[in-house]
Design a protein. Sequence first.
Length: 324
Amino acid sequence: MEYKIADYKTDVHNDWCAGCGDFGILNSIQMALFELEILPHKAAIFSGIGCSGKTPHFINTFGIHTLHGRVLPFAQGAKLSNPKLKIIAVGGDGDGLGIGSGHFVNAGRRNIDLTYIIFNNGVYGLTKGQASPTLKLGMKTKSLPQPNVNESINPIALACISGFTFIARGYSYDVRHLKEVIKKGIMHKGLSFIDVLQPCPTYNDINTKEWYQGFTTEENNPKIRIPKMYKMEDEGFNGNVNDQNEASVKIMNAIEKSKEWENRIPVGVFYENNLVPTFEERLQSRIENYDEYPPAVQKIMDNEGYPNINVDGLVDNLKIKSSP
């Protein structure tokens, strides 16, 4: 069967606000899956809460709409259960960098082979525009009674120090460029993070489409300097923790020198590290048949519905202490 781009779309009614950047990200994901020829039944999309949480409803793959801040645990569990699936996790900046920030950091330690895309608009759009962790200090969007009192999180910096092995940024209205960035993230062997800047036309009346148009986001524009993409093997590194920390410092220094947000927004792939083994590879080194016999293909019950797992050894060795 020859698949078409329409085969990656569903008939579910999309009720995002007109002009929302979510549409561009959705189209980019669908196009990336189609161009990479990843069949719908070979992929799964996981989401958290918020407007972006509806994304799996609109993509014709396996999809799970999960809990607030918990998209990465669900996505990682699915990948470890069935390593043959291509896994994409999506969520908003509030979902992933607020309540989900602990999972964000610890996911970096594992380096499971999946792609995490954050829809970054600076506000909690579904709950009437409260300040998200990426809204800059002192900014006052239309729903805030006073300017934002908190410092913002830099998602690129957090991904660097957490251990993500592919780090990139895109812009939701530049669909073709974003699609290429997502393709690179999906094909990277390891944990990919893509920060996607987008307008929220309903609640963020500062970082609007018109505001973004005042910046140059085209990464091939010869008149601007895009931060260097640090590819670990090309830098003479061997992928250990100290090398990753050194690369993180270099990336952030390069972004700072580029005067980010002052006159342009650096986009593209900032960092790629193919030297760190994935969590699946580490499991394979301990469980010889993990790749051929992962949990998703194991038979856990017989034809009558009884579990076929033998726990006799566990029961024999279990020591139960009586209460005093």
